[in-house]
Design a binder for this molecule. Structure first.
Ligand code: PLP
Length: 412
């Protein structure tokens, strides 16, 4: 390995040159690129004026159909690996369904519990690095967050088991089981089984199983994930896992279709309260999606087109990080098999400084600490890279700036 002083000096000279010719680049959020959105343009005109009836004759233009069109429930049922009757279809954002679930739990409690969570000072386990918007929901609703670190691909299960067994205030846990945002990891079978079996002091413990990236593979050998719901049923804990996903990153990020699934008790509970909030979801959009995607094979074929656009971007990130940082020991990063992110770890105590330096050279990154409860990364070392949105040439420049900012920490 080269002399750290030399690395830092050379990097500083390159960084100063970047600063003299500042750019305006943004790799903060996992947004699909315009090229990806174009893959679904057909959706915009797929329904002819006479095409507004679902397979069961439902007039999709009208009110009603709270649980969703049967064909859309069947499609999400196939994705979730649960019977269609246990799927509830939402509108465009699964995040709304997650927020709704926890807001309802706070207000009313959930099946099997002792009433409103808000009266029980609820706590949630937050495996981290995780999805910042999950943590924002907890903060918004006043649910205390407890950070659980990842140990490889799984959360520290010894810690999880110990905490949930002893503390009845711990009401649940966030998980992105496949291609986690931002680490890209998929839970092991042992972990899924342990989550289903573990003894919880709270009888109404819920795992928010956010399978946002369930069909978002980057390779032809995708990660395999054991069904959390099936593991729960096997362990006589059918109510424990509540499943969420959406077509936001399948079709149009702002106009997709979301869904949730789980035990009959959980879905009946949700529908009971939902019926007070809406007369029914946007069935026209559901019908458009069914016409466009057709079935699970249609979804899989469509996702290959996304992968063809995304793969070169992930390869670019890997190439530049390897070329610039390589085995200096100044950072490690993930090489995901799917999802939307690369997660980079600097040396402890360097992430905030690297993000600040990048910003001063015109590169916006998700603020350091974002992937942790209360935005506090205890090690100040994690940086999330979202390569999907910028064109390749911009991404290359962005990765060079980030790498040089990392190299500047050689002497730190
Ligand atoms: N869940 C995870 C893990 C995500 O990364 C995202 C978006 O980045 C979402 C949910 C948002 O999903 P939706 O568009 O369905 O609200």
């Amino acid at each position: 390995m080269s002399d750290p002083r030399m690395i830092a000096r050379e990097a500083r000279a390159r960084y100063d040159a970047f600063k003299k010719a500042p750019v305006s680049l943004d790799i903060t959020r996992g947004k699909p690129s315009a090229e990806q959105l174009d893959l679904s343009n057909e959706l915009l005109a797929i329904l002819k004026p006479s095409d507004f009836r679902a397979a069961d004759g439902t007039d999709c233009r009208n009110y009603g159909g709270l649980e969703g069109l049967p064909e859309m429930r069947a499609l999400f049922g196939a994705i979730f690996e649960v019977p269609a009757a246990q799927v509830v279809v939402g509108d465009n954002a699964s995040l709304t369904l997650m927020y709704e679930t926890l807001a309802l739990a706070m207000a009313h409690g959930v099946p099997g519990g002792a009433g409103a969570w808000s009266a029980q000072k609820p706590r949630f386990l937050c495996p981290s690095p995780g999805y910042d918007r999950h943590f924002a929901i907890c903060e918004d609703l006043g649910i205390e967050m407890i950070l659980v670190p990842y140990k490889g691909r799984d959360p520290d299960m010894e810690m999880v088991e110990r905490l949930v067994k002893s503390d009845p205030r711990i009401k649940g846990m966030w998980l992105v089981p496949k291609y986690n945002n931002p680490t890209g990891t998929t839970l092991s079978d042992e972990c899924v089984r342990a989550l289903a079996k573990m003894e919880c002091a709270a009888p109404d413990f819920r795992i928010i199983w956010d399978n946002a990236y369930v069909v978002h593979h980057l390779s032809e050998t995708p990660d395999a994930l054991l069904s959390g719901y099936a593991a729960g049923v096997e362990a006589s804990q059918a109510d424990r896992f509540v499943l969420y996903s959406s077509f936001s990153k399948v079709t149009l990020a702002g106009a997709g279709v979301s869904a949730m699934a789980g035990s009959k008790a959980n879905m009946d509970w949700l529908l009971l309260h939902r019926s007070k909030a809406t007369i029914g979801p946007d069935k026209v959009n559901q019908l458009r999606h069914v016409r466009f995607l057709k079935d699970l094979n249609g979804v899989t074929a469509h996702m290959r087109k996304h992968a063809a656009i995304l793969k070169p971007k992930f390869e670019m990130v890997e190439r530049i990080l390897k070329r610039e940082i390589g085995d200096t020991g100044l950072a490690t990063w993930t090489k995901p098999n799917g999802g939307y992110f690369v997660s980079l770890d600097t040396k402890p105590g360097q992430a905030a400084r690297v993000c600040k330096m990048a910003a001063e050279a015109g590169l916006k990154l998700t603020p350091a600490g974002s992937a942790f409860p209360y935005r506090k990364d205890p090690q100040d070392q994690n940086i999330r890279i979202a390569p999907s949105f910028p064109p390749l040439a911009e991404l290359e420049k962005a990765m060079e700036i980030l790498s040089v900012a990392v190299l500047c920490s050689a002497e730190a």
